[in-house]
Design a protein. Structure first.
Length: 482
């Protein structure tokens, strides 16, 4: 008999018929009541065993973590907390689980312990919920862009270019690393002998390649893994993470802001509608966690209120210059409460400044735009008529409550001469990016795009505090387990 998903059984309006369910035992109490979960929902289905007619040998094998198959009658439940239950007539153990050794016992575990058991943590309620939300968000990303007529482009994971000019990249090589790699006359490594005939790295962004496709297909998006060799052990950084990067021909900065705001609202709304039970569970988990914090450190909004806050408010658009003036005059800046004091125009904003603007000053999501050219990447369009020393670029960042920056984007520099000058000033090799410059030589046009770190979005939607808890197997400094 084909087995049914637990979610379908719990939503069933038809009772008193025979069903089969397969899943993993969450708890087994009084030798009678099994809480069975198959991952399709956060809720378990209660399976009632006729223990008097079940061999002792079988009852002993019904342990937390064991995989089982039950067949029986789906009936209205007599107990509280569930509408239906399965009155078991047949039970088969599919896979035993040693109760003494199984790490995911039904009790509260620390997040650190769960990270050490990332291969099993998805069997807990919290991580089952997080990963279902992640999956739904990923689907919503594709659905949004496909509905809008965007084309999905797969940009290279191995690349010879550094899109950000950050330099913090993982090198890819087939050369031996024991010192015997071929050398040039000056002693440097001869990469012409390497697999690709040049020095290559794991990508930090698919943007530059994405731009070339936007200049032919009109509007494209990428959604794939990116890598940063940043030795950063914070709750907001990963060495491997997923990026969503749309690029649109003929879009200026205002169009880019409109697209980003509409996109974010769409995927959050879709996920709130599809993952109600999981989000409610994560909201309650967060409320419990916050009880141990001092009142001042607790969030002013519950998780679902925070999500509604983003959906219900227009994002406030504020120039970098205006934001600097607000921050300079703010109480925490004057009283030196900020870790990084804002003294002058040109400062690179930190997370504490971004959160102040969103959570305390404007009390809504904020889009900052027109940043100083000195603190932004070479490909961002230089604004006309800016005073020397105060040049700005058509950049934008979207700031969210509790998280700070969630999106970074810009109108791209479409003028060949200006782009070449900027590359020279930053000592970026024109020969290395000849193909990128070609898009400015042949049919160049205004175009814009942005990048959204997918894990930052999942972090916001789930209410989790550490980015390592919203990706299946986190990659961080000194950690590539599993």
């Amino acid at each position: 008999m084909k087995h049914s998903k637990v979610i379908d059984l719990l939503n069933s309006t038809k009772t008193l018929h025979e069903v089969t369910a397969k899943g993993w035992v969450r708890t087994f109490r009084n030798n009678q009541f099994i809480a069975l979960n198959d991952g399709s929902t956060i809720h378990n289905i209660q399976c009632v065993v006729d223990f008097e007619n079940t061999p002792d040998e079988t009852l002993k094998r019904i342990t937390t973590g064991a995989a089982i198959c039950v067949t029986g009658t789906l009936a209205e439940s007599r107990g509280a907390g569930q509408k239906v239950e399965i009155q078991v007539t047949k039970l088969e153990i599919l896979g035993d689980s040693d109760a003494e050794k199984f790490p995911m016992q039904p009790k509260k575990h620390s997040l650190e312990f769960l990270r050490e058991n990332a291969h099993l943590r998805v069997r807990t309620n919290a991580f089952g919920a997080i990963m279902r939300v992640r999956s739904t968000l990923a689907f919503a990303v594709h659905q949004y862009f496909q509905e809008k007529g965007f084309f999905y482009v797969n940009t290279p994971i191995i690349t010879g270019s550094d899109a950000e000019g950050a330099g913090e990249m993982f090198q890819v090589t087939s050369l031996p690393i024991d010192g015997s790699a071929p050398r040039n006359e000056d002693g440097s490594i001869n990469y012409k002998e390497d697999f690709f005939g040049k020095q290559t790295n794991l990508t930090v962004s698919g943007q530059l390649e994405g731009e070339t496709f936007a200049m032919a297909l009109g509007q494209i998006y990428t959604f794939g893994p990116t890598f940063r060799a940043e030795n950063s052990n914070t709750s907001r950084h990963l060495a491997e993470f997923w990026m969503i990067e749309p690029e649109v021909a003929f879009n200026d900065l205002a169009d880019n802001m409109d697209l980003a705001e509409d996109f974010i609202k769409y995927v959050i709304k879709y996920t709130v509608e599809k993952c109600g039970d999981d989000l409610k569970f994560l909201e309650n988990r967060l409320l419990e966690e916050e009880k141990s914090k001092p009142q001042a450190d607790r969030s002013e909004m519950t998780l679902l209120e925070k999500l509604s806050f983003v959906l219900d408010n227009n994002f406030k658009r504020v120039s970098y210059t205006e934001a600097i003036d607000i921050l300079k005059d703010s109480t925490p800046n004057k009283k030196k409460k900020f870790q990084y004091i804002i003294n002058e125009w040109g400062a690179d904003l930190q997370s504490e400044h971004e959160r102040f603007l969103v959570e305390k000053h404007f009390k809504c999501p904020v889009i900052l735009f027109d940043y100083p050219a000195k603190i932004k990447a070479f490909y961002m369009r230089l604004n006309d008529n800016t005073e020397p020393g105060k040049e700005t670029v058509r950049a934008m960042d979207i700031l969210f409550p509790g998280i700070g920056e969630i999106v970074g984007g810009s109108q791209r520099e479409e003028r060949y001469d200006v782009l070449v000058e900027k590359m020279k000033a930053l000592e970026i090799d024109e020969e290395e990016l000849w193909w990128y410059l070609d898009t400015r030589r042949f049919g160049s046009a205004v175009h814009s795009g942005f990048g959204l770190g997918f894990e930052r979005l999942v972090l916001f939607v789930t209410g989790m505090g550490n980015i390592r808890d919203v990706i299946p197997f986190p990659r961080t400094p000194q950690n590539a387990e599993f």
